[in-house]
Each structure stands twice: as structure tokens, then as C-alpha cells.
Design a protein around this ligand. Structure first.
Ligand SMILES: C[S@@+](CC[C@H](N)C(=O)[O-])C[C@H]1O[C@@H](n2cnc3c(N)ncnc32)[C@H](O)[C@@H]1O
Length: 222
């Protein structure tokens, strides 16, 4: 069963009682997404580019997609294409209870959040003039990339809860989907994850983590 949980910064996440997992850090869902994927993912990847192609592993609540669309809106000359895979989409009624629209505040954000949950799956939809969004309803483990990417948000459940998304094969699939110089960002700081990244052709950097985590990982495809 999935329920809404209020995290320490006042933003919501989802708790899956079957897996016994939260979708974000309980120390702050918004703070974690903003730190790991926007400040240390998007903001590191975008400078100097006219276009950024992003792939997210685990769309979940749509918070990373929403924050990325908000950031894209600040860069109207940058074309952002955002593909997100999700094996078990959240029910719309649950997504509708998440407090992100109120937490983030503006009318534009509210509209974006509802739209990103309501748009059809497996179609590219322009949510903003410079933000094209495609939700892929599929299991990452049987996914074959049909596009190349500049940035991957690896936001699956933690290796201890979902080891199959952190194996050599899974990380190699992500590496193969990135162009050289592309970036993978993750909240995970485990040594085994970093070793797997190196073995799959990434250069690995440790960065300070969001509240409650000493470090996060940023990997560049070489
Ligand atoms: C940690 S939560 C993701 C949080 C999400 N990025 C967000 O902002 O809400 C992990 C997500 O990955 C999805 N997931 C788990 N296994 C998957 C798989 N094999 N393929 C695709 N998605 C998967 C889960 O259903 C869940 O939505």
C-alpha cells in the first residue's frame, strides 16, 4: 500500500509499505531532489549546451521532473527533453494529494505538476515551449534505449532494497545510453556502486550529500 508521508523540509513523499521504502529522503524530499538532481545534475550538465537530453530511472511522484521543468523555464533558450521510466505508476488520486504544487507555490508550477501526471504515456509532450516530456511505462530491466542522453537521474530505490537496479548490467545499460561526457547523478554513495560505475566506463566524483547523507555520487561517462 502507498501512502503520503511529510518529510522534514515540509515537502511530501510516498511511503510504500510493501517494500517498506520512502520515495525520497525523510530528511526532505524537495531538498534532496533539488540538491542531487538539479544543483548537482542539471546545473552541472546544462551550461554551454543548447539542448539537454535527460533520462530518469523511476519517475515516481514526478518531483524530479517538476523541478527540472521549473529550472528549464528559467533557461528559455535551452531545449530540454526529459524521458522518465516507471514500472509502477502512482495512482492519479495519490499524486493529486502530494503537496508539491502548494510547497513550490506558483500557479505555473501547479499546472505543470498536474499536467505531467495527466499526459499520456509513451508520447513526447511539450509541457513548456522548451520542455518536452515523455513518460515511459516499462520495467527498466527490459528497457532498450531508443535515444541518447546527456544526463541520467538514477533515482531507483536504494541498493539494499532493490539491488537489481544497481548491478553491472543495469549500470552498463545507463552508461550505453549516455553520450561521452554525459553525467549520471545519484543520491547513493555506496563504495560498491562507485566501483560498478568505474567498471562500466564512468569517472566518479564524490560530492557532499543532501541533509542526512554525507555524500552523493556524480559520474561522468568516459
Ligand atoms: C525512489 S522512488 C523514485 C522517486 C522519484 N524519482 C520521485 O521523484 O518521486 C523509485 C521509483 O522507481 C520505480 N521503479 C522501481 N523499479 C523499477 C523498474 N525496474 N523500472 C522502472 N521503474 C522502477 C518505483 O516504482 C519508484 O517510483
Amino acid at each position: 500500500m502507498k501512502t503520503i508521508f511529510r518529510t522534514a523540509d515540509g515537502s511530501d513523499t510516498v511511503f510504500d509499505s510493501g517494500l517498506h521504502c520512502h520515495y525520497h529522503s525523510i530528511n526532505g524530499a524537495f531538498t534532496e531532489s533539488q540538491h542531487v538532481f538539479i544543483l548537482n545534475g542539471f546545473d552541472r550538465c546544462a551550461p554551454g549546451r543548447q539542448a539537454v537530453r535527460i533520462f530518469e530511472v523511476g519517475l515516481g511522484t514526478g518531483l524530479n521532473a517538476l523541478l527540472t521543468a521549473c529550472r528549464a523555464a528559467e533557461h528559455p533558450n535551452l531545449m530540454v527533453s526529459y524521458h522518465a521510466i516507471e514500472a509502477e505508476p502512482l495512482a492519479l488520486h495519490l499524486a493529486g494529494q502530494l503537496n508539491y504544487p502548494d510547497f513550490l507555490g506558483t500557479e505555473e508550477t501547479k499546472n505543470l505538476f498536474y499536467k505531467l501526471h495527466q499526459v499520456p504515456w509513451d508520447q513526447c509532450i511539450a509541457l513548456l515551449p522548451n520542455f518536452c516530456f515523455r513518460k515511459i511505462q516499462a520495467d527498466f530491466l527490459s528497457w532498450c534505449p531508443d535515444a541518447a542522453y546527456d544526463l541520467i537521474y538514477h533515482d531507483a530505490f536504494a541498493p539494499g532494497d532493490q539491488p537489481e537496479l544497481w548491478t553491472h548490467d543495469a549500470i552498463q545499460t545507463m552508461r550505453n545510453a549516455l553520450d561521452c561526457g554525459g553525467i549520471l547523478s545519484s543520491y547513493c554513495a555506496k563504495g560498491s556502486f562507485r566501483r560498478t560505475l568505474r567498471a562500466c566506463g564512468f569517472e566518479v566524483m564524490r560530492l557532499p550529500g543532501p541533509p542526512g547523507k554525507r555524500e552523493m555520487t556524480l559520474a561522468t561517462a568516459i
